[in-house]
Design a protein around this ligand. Structure first.
Ligand code: NGQ
Ligand code: ZN
Length: 453
């Protein structure tokens, strides 16, 4: 049994003072506020829950910053995707593991304690299946094990290059499976995470572009009560192609043809009509927003005010991992709204007047739901996923309660994240991951090799 004592902590029921949290086997077994520390307790100023990063393609961390060069007069999501495919086409299994570990170290250092890895590279460099169908799922599991980040592995079903079952392109050869192979991949993924404490496996039909209606039905039939993630309505070209294919917009089509409910996470949902936004909110599914990547790729802006007014559930993901951070995703989410609406404090609504608190609570709740975690936040019976913030940092001077979140997200140049425990294991100390140097050294080696290749 380990004890943690915080002068101030954000519990599921709100901020509390003099909080003692007892942890056993990775779970919170008791929380007492208004009491005293016990001998041997770890003592910290401010405690907040770790956040779930609901959407990551870890391998893309390896190309962060390398796609910011203007190549044509019309650079777009689609030209970025070509570059990304070229990068994928060079990565070995070792590269994928090493780059994922680096991404996970960086996630933990900013306050993410679990990742939803939307994992779609399954085959070798030539597109042939590995002898072990779980080869790359095992690499992701190994990166999670080495860094301590909680894992919800989302093996991706990918079969086509576009609506109407178009044959996959050569750049997609490492992603493609038929349904038989996909069920083998799910089994292999379950085996890959079997030794990982608290890990889960969900399902991920990549997008309506990459699966046919029949394939979507077959994939969803495998889900049971577990998470189902899909990319949807990220780009206007995708919306136009969907209409050309079936006469409906992507979200409209999905709500008409799939049993969308609380198990689902609809990643991006950027281009949604008010009616689609209402259907999304009513379904109970999570809107998987990835604000930094959506800005980087020029996707567009999610209709947050409409979604909020319908009590929709959102979470945040780092997606392309071009920049990794809890605070930068939350800030970008709010700033995109401010710029579009020429207004301030857009996400704060109802009783929550603090924008930081509304963003943080939203991401905590939606992230947990999307990654299949039933008890998110600091609560008895939940995972001991805890982040301490440095109360001495200048950005947090004199702050208490929600003002801490507002100032962390909007006012801190240097991250105030001090220590991070993932399922009770201390993985970040003084803002640095305990394996940072080792992981970074391997990462540098892998990237230098890839850039020379
Ligand atoms: C992905 N990323 O799967 O990595 C996608 C690009 C696609 C984002 N959508 C590929 N941000 O959607 O076809
Ligand atoms: Zn994605």
């Amino acid at each position: 049994m380990a004890g943690f004592f915080f002068d101030e902590a954000l519990l599921t029921r709100g901020w509390a003072r003099d909080v003692r949290i007892a942890v056993e086997a990775g779970l919170i077994v008791s929380i007492v506020s208004g009491g005293a520390a016990e001998p041997g307790d770890e003592r910290h100023g401010i405690g907040v829950p770790g956040i779930a990063n609901l959407h990551s393609h870890a391998f893309q961390r390896g190309m962060a910053g390398l796609a910011e060069i203007r190549a044509t007069s019309a650079d777009s999501f689609w030209t970025w995707r070509e570059l990304m495919y070229r990068f994928v086409g060079r990565m070995t299994a070792d590269d994928i593991e090493v780059v994922a570990a680096q991404a996970y170290v960086e996630m933990l250092e900013t306050g993410f304690t679990r990742v939803g890895e939307f994992h779609y590279i399954h085959h070798d460099l030539t597109g042939d299946p590995y002898a072990n169908p779980g080869e790359l799922a095992e690499r992701i599991a190994a990166a999670s094990q080495a860094t301590g980040i909680g894992l919800t592995l989302l093996p991706v079903f990918y079969a086509h290059a576009g609506f109407g079952g178009r044959a996959p392109a050569s750049g997609q050869r490492r992603f493609v499976n038929d349904l038989d192979r996909y069920s083998q991949l799910i089994e292999a993924s379950r085996r890959a995470v079997a030794g990982l404490e608290g890990a889960l496996v969900g399902l991920a039909p990549h997008s309506l572009r990459a699966v046919t209606p029949r394939e979507l039905d077959a994939v969803v039939a495998l889900a049971g009560a577990g998470p189902i993630h899909i990319h949807i309505a990220e780009q206007t070209r995708e919306v136009d192609e969907c209409i050309a294919w079936c006469g409906q917009r992507p979200l409209q089509w999905l709500f008409d043809h799939a049993p969308v409910d609380r198990r689902w996470c609809l990643v991006h949902a950027t281009h949604a009509t008010p009616m689609e936004i209402r259907a999304l909110a009513d379904s109970g599914a999570v809107a998987g927003l990835c604000p930094v990547t959506e800005a980087n790729l020029g996707d567009g802006t999610f209709n947050a005010p409409e979604f909020n007014s319908q009590n929709g559930v959102f979470g945040i993901g780092t997606d392309s991992n071009v920049l990794i951070g809890v605070s930068c995703e939350l800030r970008q989410l709010e700033y995109a709204q401010r710029l579009a609406l020429m207004a301030r404090n857009v996400i704060a609504s109802g009783d929550t007047t603090s924008t930081g608190r509304a963003l943080f609570d939203g991401a905590l709740r939606g992230g947990s739901q999307a990654l299949g975690v039933t008890r998110g936040g600091l609560t008895e019976g939940g995972f001991a996923d805890i982040v301490s913030l440095d109360a001495e940092s200048a950005a947090l001077a004199g702050r208490c309660g929600d003002a801490i979140l507002d100032s962390w997200i909007f006012g801190a140049n240097r991250s105030p994240v001090d220590c991070v425990w993932a399922r009770g294991r201390k993985v970040v100390k003084d803002g640095r991951h305990v394996s940072r140097e080792r992981v970074a050294r391997r990462f540098r080696g892998a990237i230098e090799g890839l850039l020379l290749a």
